[in-house]
Design a protein around this ligand. Sequence first.
Ligand code: ZN
Length: 289
Amino acid sequence: MSLIAASRNRLRHYLLKREQLADPRLGVWKAAKNASDQASYLRVCNICGWHGAEFLGHAHSEGANCPVCGSIARDRFLYWCWTKLVPYSSTQRVLETSPRLDKRYRSRMSSLVNYVASDYDESAHRATVRLDLQDLDLPDSSLDVVLTPHVLEHVPDTGKALHELFRVVAPGGSVMLMIPMPQGVTAPPVTVEYHGDNTLVYWRFGWDLRDQLEAAGFTVTCLVTQELIDRLNRKEVDTGWTGTDVDEVDLLSHADPGTLTAIADEREARRYGFQPDLHFIIWHCVKPS
Ligand SMILES: [Zn+2]
């Protein structure tokens, strides 16, 4: 390794260490310590702390797997938004709906915060408690944070679910809502659609989801990468994305960059695997105090 590369690595190591010490949620798992490539910080997993030259698999919200904790890119983006926007507290009451990571992640979360993982019917994910988002068996204002990755699109009555989420979150609390955004305007699927885990899709959401979130009472911020905002400002809505998961031109031609907030710069998006940009959209919904 050249001297320049070595000192760059030392700097990255120091900066990461500083972040990890400041927030226990960013602490490095033992397995990640042993498996990391000490010579490379090109890719970093913000969940387990692994670092190395490349994630496993291609760049995609459902890809770029961490070789240690198994996180895919969207797992890391959700965790990123939570750790960036909600200050750490060990007494924080956190509900995560249908987390896809295994028991190592869940026991880690339980050691960090007051954590509960839930699922609707446990057909696709094994969870600690069963919860129907449309009828939450939880007291009012009993949670500080809800992390909900790719669940709302599988719920028939969006309004009911949002009303329930608003009810159970304490004033000042947050819902980090991640859903696929396949198109610009919300509509039901034209043909019957299932996701990889055989769960029926009721809604294909677009940017107008904001109206429903606000109608439920939330103050809403739409979090994306700086890369996405930059190209929307340049009116580049077509990079030739051919994936069937997102109609890129339809989604982006309906987007207003002025309503989006950058949560990761270009370097961070590359390092943590938040690419391609059109896959990384999270709605941060805060219940006013
Ligand atoms: Zn990891």
